[in-house]
Design a protein. Structure first.
Length: 340
């Protein structure tokens, strides 16, 4: 259970991080704010006076800026530096524009400099096609929908459709997992992540194309129309948009919400490491990768390698996630415990 006061301080610091990342393009500062916020969130006691933050090394220095901000929030409940940043028109615009899927901070700033200061400006009639890439136009179209969290039940329905599509390609069942935050047990997710196994690596692209065609409008399958737009179609990786064709509950009148979906196909040998990687969290991955590196291994989505060369010959044979933990002399961590 997060502690109320700590999360209030942390939320304001997270907003500073976001503004530094998306609008000011101060990447280093953004990381500092985010790190301080996450350290505060992980404390097991409520911070009431500034001396108590001494347990966080990066906040220990007396004249540190973030420490002073924390102090201000603790005593006044506000952060004036943040309040004035929020008022700046360029900051407001860049935060809004970089919320469009596919628009990074640099593009957001360019759009702002060209005079596009809001979503509404980009949605106005007569905006030239080449103002955004095709992917960014789709991001703009579904801006509000992509911002909504996806309930677990809906994630599961969309992933099931992908699994059913995959299983019409091969005679034997293929392994198909709904990964990301869903597999870590979260009640809702930001997108739908699906990992599909292909036993014959030479058929991986065929399998992915088969799945996509099965789910697109106009296919004869009962799942037709679930995929509504493509963002990026790679050989074995797909990023796109999905929407359920029927509401989850019969009495639900609202039209289906468009969701971000990622589908990835991996060969059997790489499947366990891909499963580990795409289950995350990204922080959990970072610490496990670092651990592997210290032991002389290279841990990637494509495999666990005995040395840094990542040559096929140095690939460690793993049949499941447990084998990866074993090889690295780690106790197995269940997906629900990887939410670090
Ligand atoms: N991943 C990673 N590093 C990245 C991006 C992704 O290690 N830079 C891995 C870990 C993630 C997984 O891929 O858990 C899926 O990426 P998502 O961005 O979909 O993140 P989650 O599914 O964890 O969260 P969300 O609910 O926001 O989708
Ligand atoms: Mg996800
Ligand atoms: Mn994803």
């Amino acid at each position: 259970m997060p502690l109320e006061c700590n999360s209030k301080v942390a939320d304001l610091l997270s907003e500073m991080a976001k503004i530094n990342q998306d609008a000011l393009r101060e990447v280093y500062k953004a990381k500092q704010y985010a790190a301080a916020a996450s350290a505060l969130r992980s404390l097991n006691f409520e911070v009431q006076s500034i001396d108590q933050v001494d347990v966080i090394p990066m906040l220990k220095k007396r004249d540190g800026k973030i420490r002073k901000y924390v102090q201000e929030i603790l005593t006044t409940g506000k952060l004036t530096a943040l309040q004035s940043l929020r008022q700046r028109p360029d900051v407001k615009s860049c935060v809004e524009l970089s919320g469009i899927h596919g628009v990074g901070p640099v593009t957001a700033r360019k759009l702002f400099d060209k005079g596009y200061k809001s979503l509404a400006d980009l949605r106005a009639p007569g905006v030239p096609r080449d103002t955004l890439t095709p992917t960014q136009w789709i991001g703009l179209k579904y801006y509000e929908e992509f911002k909504q969290r996806i309930p677990r039940e809906e994630v599961s329905h969309i992933a099931t459709a992908v699994r059913e599509a995959a299983n019409t390609f091969m005679k034997d069942e293929v392994r198909c997992y709904c990964v990301g935050s869903f597999r870590r047990g979260k009640a809702d997710s930001g997108d739908v992540d699906v990992l599909v196994e292909c036993r014959d690596v030479s058929l991986a692209n065929d399998l992915l194309m088969h799945i996509l065609n099965d789910l697109r409008a106009g296919s004869p399958s009962p799942r037709s129309g679930i995929l509504t737009d493509d963002l990026q179609v790679g050989d074995v990786q797909y990023m796109g948009v999905a929407a359920l064709q029927q509401p989850l509950r019969a009495d639900d009148q609202a039209p289906p919400v468009h969701r971000r979906i990622d589908i990835k196909v991996y060969e059997t040998d790489a499947f366990p490491t891909a499963l580990l990687y795409f289950t995350g969290s990204d922080k959990f991955n970072r610490s496990m990768r670092l651990w592997a590196k210290r032991k002389g291994y290279a841990l990637q989505d494509k495999g666990l390698f005995r040395d840094r060369s990542e040559a096929a010959a140095s690939r460690v044979r793993v049949r499941d996630e447990k084998d990866i933990f074993d090889a690295l002399q780690l106790d197995y961590v269940a997906p629900k415990d990887r939410n670090v």
